[in-house]
Design a protein. Structure first.
Length: 226
């Protein structure tokens, strides 16, 4: 069995699209019918995220941590207890490609670090899109780490003790721990996901926060040269 774990903090508006995409990936012919368990970890949710997740057929658990590292860890703990051999992680505001899981598995690695695309730059506008295109490596051999596009074997995950209880960069800490034990890590652009470029982000050091910092730096530089 494979497992997909999605942490969510008040994601009622976005998670439906995420879970529909995950469901499509779970049915990809290349998986040859292997069962896929989808777990949504409700972290201090006060909206209708739970109802959307249940309607989509996901298994839900709840934590009151407001901490993505803890949320991912709890989802992984349940998946392992239920017999998952592979743990795939994405985010509630992210849409995975139909062959996402298949591409992760086909790389025959202990872990897979994928890249992200952005669906709509919104208020960031064209300057940010150009900056991202110029500075982000969306190709095999990249060195990006995204919790929105990450997979790891159950065995490797357990060897390093899983996710640390970090409010951000929990994905980076996990991959660094895997590197330290000599795990085979595929830095691949084959498993595709598209995520949002929203200003209201959940993890203080995550992708959304990074975009805000880059945008603010650009604004300061533009003001200095005006």
């Amino acid at each position: 069995m494979l497992a997909v774990i999605v942490p969510a903090n008040n994601e009622e508006a976005a998670i439906g699209m995420c879970l529909r995409a995950v469901a499509a990936a779970a049915c990809w012919p290349g998986l040859q019918g292997e069962p896929v368990l989808v777990i949504v970890v409700l972290d201090a949710c006060t909206d209708g995220t739970a109802g959307v997740a249940v309607k989509a057929g996901a298994l839900i658990i709840s934590v009151e941590a407001r901490n993505v590292g803890i949320a991912r860890s709890e989802g992984a703990r349940l998946a392992l207890a239920l017999g998952a051999r592979w743990l795939a992680f994405t985010d509630a505001d992210t849409v995975v490609a139909p062959d996402w899981l298949h591409e992760q598995m086909s790389l025959c690695s202990d872990a897979v670090c994928g890249t992200v695309g952005v669906s709509d730059w919104g208020a960031y506008g064209e300057p940010m899109r150009r900056h991202f295109a110029a500075t982000y490596t969306d190709a095999d051999g990249h060195q990006h780490i995204h919790g929105a596009n990450l997979g790891v074997s159950a065995q490797a995950y357990q060897r390093v003790g899983g996710f640390a209880p970090l409010a951000s960069s929990e994905d980076v800490a996990l991959v660094r721990a895997l590197e330290a034990i000599g795990a085979r890590i595929a830095w691949s652009a084959a498993p595709r996901v598209v995520t949002s470029a929203r200003h209201v982000f959940r993890a203080p050091g995550g992708f959304g926060a990074t975009l805000v910092r880059v945008s603010e730096a650009h604004a300061v530089n533009a003001g200095a040269t005006a």
